[in-house]
Design a protein around this ligand. Structure first.
Ligand code: FMN
Length: 508
């Protein structure tokens, strides 16, 4: 289902009983985080929040803030226009595994899938609501005081919202400033022209400059390195809002070179309409709420970004990153500012990342048909802990899976990987830990290897490199040198169990 704008999405959440409206003023400095953190940690992810009167340094912003809009399985499913994320995963899986049709029925099914794919391709349109209000800038920034709004340099549209008075959050007490936490960042490969959409947080330095926190191994960082080699300015567009599928697609770990707008178009079942930016040669969704246009100058030194209270539950300390210079700020008249917070889990990003894993499971299964399921428990904050269940048929198969996953895209960051048998529910952490403890001889059943690590991992001695540990918690086979009989797992006879369950229910 396609949403025309973020406001439509917020209204849909309201109709579904998934939104709490906060009518009293709440400060963008710390207070919104404290509010959202409690909501995100309530059972099932709580509700989405619409803060109708966010304040920036005590002044009410004209733009409401929406937060935690994707922070539950129900809201993730709503954003996909489906009853459940699993339904969408099943459809995508069927598409990926499609074989030539053997009957008219299968042919018709394939045709309808093909028609759905038609929507994947983005279209370029001449104008869009994201440019209802346009402020362009050509003078270097001088102001650092946040309010009142600085007049725009050349806009007829009146006082300009600026990076200093948009309701951008200062999330945690020791954060180095305000951060745009749900930004969709568009860049292009200068060699191939391939577009990338990634989510990389944006620290506000002043009215016209920000940090660009694209980490070493991410696609925009690779694009950036090519610009450093040629010395040319790199155009960068950052947009917020529009359809909730945009931030979801921006976080999805698609292979380098695959346009995330294709995924967004497929999932929302409507092509993404793109408009050309006003000051740079990039395109952004016509229905976005806010767009920051600008560039990164390879001649300019990197600048410290952070500290920032991160997904890891710890502050990420300052590290040098490229600087973004704003050349235009455009927005819808009735824009809503979308935000999230990260911090000690569980947070909204658990559901965003979890939905990605569900949708990409068929692709993992194409590479490794023995994989039954994969889960990234909230405590592992994406990369620290991955549980995989497999249908094991030959010796050392668990190690094949560990090595294979460590070599696949962003799974390379996985610090601890536990492989269990097919009948273990990987979404039940307690069940996985039970099998891990019961089925392993630590020395025999673990492996330590080395590789790239998440740059946010503060525990490694060097940034972006470290070790990984895999556990084979599957039943051991004679071919693996296991000579003793493997004992049966205790299970009650199902009929007896049911009878006694009913008896217990009837008991006073
Ligand atoms: C809320 C949220 C914030 C994120 N912030 C960053 C960030 O600041 N830097 C980064 O490199 N990745 C960040 N990520 C992860 C990337 O969005 C993710 O790895 C994505 O696949 C990168 O896209 P790419 O493969 O096109 O580079 C964030 C993810 C989420 C859910």
């Amino acid at each position: 289902m396609a949403f025309d704008c973020f406001r439509d999405w917020v209204d849909a959440l309201d109709r579904a009983g998934e939104l709490k409206r906060i009518r009293t003023p709440v400060a963008t400095e710390l207070e919104i985080t404290a509010l959202a953190d409690q909501e995100m940690k309530s059972p099932g992810g709580g509700k989405a929040l619409l803060i109708e009167q966010p304040t920036v340094n005590g002044v009410v912003s004209p733009f409401p803030v929406a937060i935690n809009t994707l922070g539950s399985w129900k809201r993730m499913a709503l954003s996909l226009g489906a009853d459940s994320v699993d339904d969408v995963a099943r459809d995508l899986g069927a598409l990926v595994k499609a074989k030539p049709p053997g009957s008219l029925r299968e042919a018709l099914q394939l045709l309808s899938q093909g028609l759905e794919l038609r929507h994947a391709r983005p279209r370029t349109v001449r104008s869009g609501p994201c440019q209802e209000v346009v402020h362009t800038f050509d003078a270097p920034a001088t102001r650092t005081d946040p309010w009142p709004a600085a007049p725009s340099v050349n806009s007829p549209a009146g006082p300009a919202p600026s990076l200093l008075n948009l309701p951008i959050l200062k999330c945690w007490p020791q954060d180095g400033g305000r951060f745009v936490t749900l930004p969709c960042v568009v860049t292009r490969d200068p060699d191939t022209g391939a577009r990338n959409l990634g989510m990389y947080r944006i620290q506000i330095y002043d009215e016209r400059t920000t940090g660009l926190h694209w980490q070493l191994q991410k696609v925009a960082a690779r694009h950036g390195r090519r610009y450093y080699e040629t010395g040319k300015r790199m155009p960068v567009a950052i947009f917020l809002g529009g359809d909730p599928m945009y931030p979801f697609a921006a976080t999805a770990p698609l292979p380098d070179g695959l346009d995330e707008f294709l995924l967004a178009g497929y999932l929302r079942r409507r092509s993404v309409d793109l408009v050309r930016c006003k000051t740079i040669d990039l395109e952004v969704p016509a229905n976005a709420d806010f767009v920051l246009e600008g560039y990164m100058d390879p001649q300019e030194p990197l600048r410290d970004e952070g500290p920032f209270g991160d997904h890891t539950g710890y502050y990420t300390l300052p590290e040098p990153y490229p600087v973004f210079h704003l050349t235009a700020l455009t927005h819808r008249r009735d824009a809503i500012y979308p935000a999230t917070i990260v911090g000690r889990p569980p947070m909204e990003d658990f559901y965003i990342g979890g939905a990605s894993v569900k949708l990409f499971l068929p692709i993992f299964q194409m590479n490794f048909p023995e994989i039954v399921d994969i889960a990234l428990p909230a405590e592992g904050v994406f990369h620290n802990l991955v549980f995989v269940s497999i249908r094991k048929t030959y010796p050392m198969q668990a190690y094949k899976i560990m090595n294979g996953l460590w070599g696949m895209g962003q799974m390379m960051f996985t610090k601890y990987l536990v492989v269990v048998d097919a009948d273990v529910d990987v979404h039940n952490t307690s069940e996985v830990l039970f099998h891990l403890c019961a089925n392993t001889d630590p020395q025999r059943d673990s492996i330590v290897t080395r590789g790239p690590s998440d740059v946010l991992d503060h525990a490694t001695s060097e940034i972006a490199m470290g070790s990984k540990m895999g556990f084979d918690a599957t039943k051991k086979l004679p071919g693996e040198g296991f000579r003793r009989p493997w004992p049966p797992l205790i299970r009650m006879d199902p009929a007896v169990e049911q009878r006694m369950k009913e008896l217990l229910q009837r008991a006073p």
